[in-house]
Design a protein around this ligand. Structure first.
Ligand SMILES: [Zn+2]
Length: 424
């Protein structure tokens, strides 16, 4: 198993320097293989393809994927495992990972050791490209405890798991005791820790690198984390379903898409989004053999970047990831507002310890706020004004003062929640 993973890692690391045309050849070969596998072995995809009148051999290029209907998390959530897991798989021998379902009911993803070890190597490629070394220890700030990494038996890439449910003081104490070379966690958890580290002037952790993932990392949060931990931050984007999708290199010109392990489409109103346009991120996992994900709607929104990265890698770039489609606010005239536009403005208001803004309808927005030390009536007024300046005069804005905002099932607090249906 370890030998297999080392071979996978060697090939992945070699792939990152291939020409785009060579990468596309690898992608197409793997795409045809997974499409054939899903059609022959997974009842859900057999029915989906048959209903759409598609045969696996109709997928001759990655562009042909648009012939296959998109599958959402909700559709898969409602089906029993035997419909969505490949025939002949013994579920007792699979890793069963419940993904952070911020949309509601979480999705259970089944992964064989082979699939899971491969995706570990895809994450490892991104980490190694950004300075992680073989003997580095990593502290993972996680909600769920990940399965053991196959290299750990050899003493390589030791890891310490720190639960995001622990209070921040306990998390900091563990980090000071373990002194990891790398800290890896979602942006939300890292920002929370960084704030306390800065407030209390805590030192003694000295990580060399911080890897952020799991939520959008805005410029302000990146600076805060870098200054609190004294280490460079790299942002990664991925899901349990298809592994690491895209990652920043040291040039930070966007996110290199792992096109040798996943097909990423950016779709806007049922067509491919153009340069600079926001599109829904639709993924096909090329190594998800246990539970295939073909044209799977990640629920996230991103923008493509057609420039070449100066690092020399020809893995194409995603310019940015704008957050969950569900979290975008929409005005009565149909204008969409990316969560970061609103969140970054609210963050500038003093007197707020935590907040969550909920768009309940086109006419009704509630800002839930946990007061900070400078909170006053003026803070509430400023919140209303700020949201009004962005969203216009139509919605009525209420400020609700709370003692605490509970974490979502994903272990984060979504700063923006929209209950209004919208089309991307
Ligand atoms: Zn690059």
């Amino acid at each position: 198993m370890v030998f297999r993973s080392l071979l996978d890692l060697y090939r992945l690391r070699r792939n990152q320097w291939l020409k785009l045309s060579e990468l596309e050849k690898i992608q197409l070969r793997k795409l045809r293989r997974i499409i054939k596998h899903a059609y022959e072995n997974v009842p859900y995809y057999r029915k989906l393809f048959d209903l759409a009148g598609i045969r696996p051999e109709d997928i001759k290029t990655a562009r042909d994927l648009t012939k296959i209907p998109i599958t959402t998390r909700l559709q898969l959530q409602q089906l029993p495992p035997e419909e969505i897991v490949a025939k002949g798989v013994d579920l007792n021998n699979c890793k069963k990972i419940t993904t952070a379902g911020s949309s509601g009911i979480p999705l259970v993803v089944f992964l064989s050791d082979k699939d899971s070890n491969f995706y570990d190597m895809v994450w490892a490629r991104a980490s190694l490209a950004n300075g992680k070394r073989l003997w580095d220890s990593t502290a993972y700030l996680k909600f769920h405890f990940p399965p053991k990494f196959c290299f750990e038996r050899l003493g390589i890439w030791k890891k310490e798991i720190i639960s995001v449910l622990d209070n921040p003081e306990k998390q900091i104490e563990t980090l000071r005791r373990v002194r990891p070379d790398v800290i890896r966690g979602n942006a939300f958890g890292l920002v929370n820790l960084a704030k306390i580290i800065k407030q209390k002037g805590v030192g003694g952790m000295n990580p060399r690198l911080v890897f952020s993932m799991g939520s959008v990392l805005d410029h302000q949060s990146r600076e805060l984390i870098e200054s609190a931990f004294g280490a460079e931050v790299f942002d990664f984007y991925g899901t349990t379903e298809v592994g690491c999708i895209a990652w920043e290199c040291s040039e930070k010109r966007g996110f290199h898409i792992n096109i040798d392990t996943v097909v990423v489409e950016l779709i806007k109103k049922a067509r491919v989004a153009g340069p600079g346009e926001m599109g829904k991120i639709i993924c096909t996992g090329l190594h998800s053999f246990t539970m295939p994900f073909i044209r799977y709607d990640t629920g996230d929104v991103g923008i493509a970047n057609h420039e070449k990265c100066p690092c020399g890698r020809e893995l194409p770039l995603l310019e940015s990831i704008k957050g969950r489609a569900d979290d975008f606010f929409i005005s009565a005239n149909g204008t969409l507002y990316s969560p970061s536009v609103i969140v970054n403005q609210i963050k500038l208001i003093s007197g707020i310890s935590q907040f969550r803004i909920i768009q309940r309808s086109l006419k009704d927005i509630t800002a839930q706020v946990v007061p900070g030390k400078d909170f006053s009536q003026h803070t509430s007024k400023k919140i209303k004004e700020t949201i009004g300046n962005i969203m216009g005069k139509d919605p009525s804005i209420e400020v609700e003062v709370l003692g605490v905002i509970p974490l979502d099932p994903s272990g984060k607090i979504r700063s923006l929640i929209s209950k209004v249906k919208k089309e991307f």
